[in-house]
Ligand binder design. Structure first.
Ligand code: TYC
Length: 104
C-alpha cells in the first residue's frame, strides 16, 4: 500500500521526443544617446538591420523618445554579429551609438 503511494514511477507521463529544437532567439535593441545623429541611426537600421527608410525612421524616433528600441530578433550568433557591426560602424564614424541583446 505504501508502495503504491510512494512509487515515483507511477503517474508520471513520458516526455514527447521532438525531432528538432529551435534555437533561443535574441532581441537586439538600439540605445539612445545625445551625440549620434538621427541620420546615422537611420542608415545603420537600413544597412545592418535591413529596414526600409520609413521603418528605420520610425524605430530611430522611438529610440530617441523612449531610450531604447527593438531593431530585430535573431539567433545568438547573428545577433552578436549585428551588434559588432553597429559598434564598428559607430566607432569608425566617431559616434557613441550602442546596442545590446536580450534573450527572448
Ligand atoms: N538622440 C539622438 C539625437 O538627438 C538621436 C539618436 C536616436 C541617437 C537613436 C541614438 O539610437 C539612437 N541626435
Amino acid at each position: 500500500m505504501a508502495d503504491q503511494e510512494n512509487n515515483p514511477q507511477r503517474g508520471i507521463m513520458e516526455k514527447t521526443r521532438h525531432k528538432t529544437t529551435k534555437p533561443p532567439m535574441y532581441k537586439v535593441y538600439l540605445l539612445n544617446d545625445d551625440y549620434t545623429t538621427m541620420e546615422f541611426v537611420v542608415e545603420v537600421l537600413e544597412r545592418v538591420f535591413g529596414k526600409g527608410k520609413v521603418e528605420a525612421t520610425r524605430i530611430m524616433l522611438h529610440v530617441h523618445r523612449n531610450g531604447k528600441g527593438l531593431a530585430g530578433v535573431y539567433a545568438r550568433d547573428i545577433a552578436e554579429t549585428k551588434i559588432s557591426q553597429v559598434h564598428n560602424l559607430a566607432r569608425d564614424n566617431g559616434f557613441p551609438l550602442k546596442c545590446d541583446m536580450e534573450k527572448e
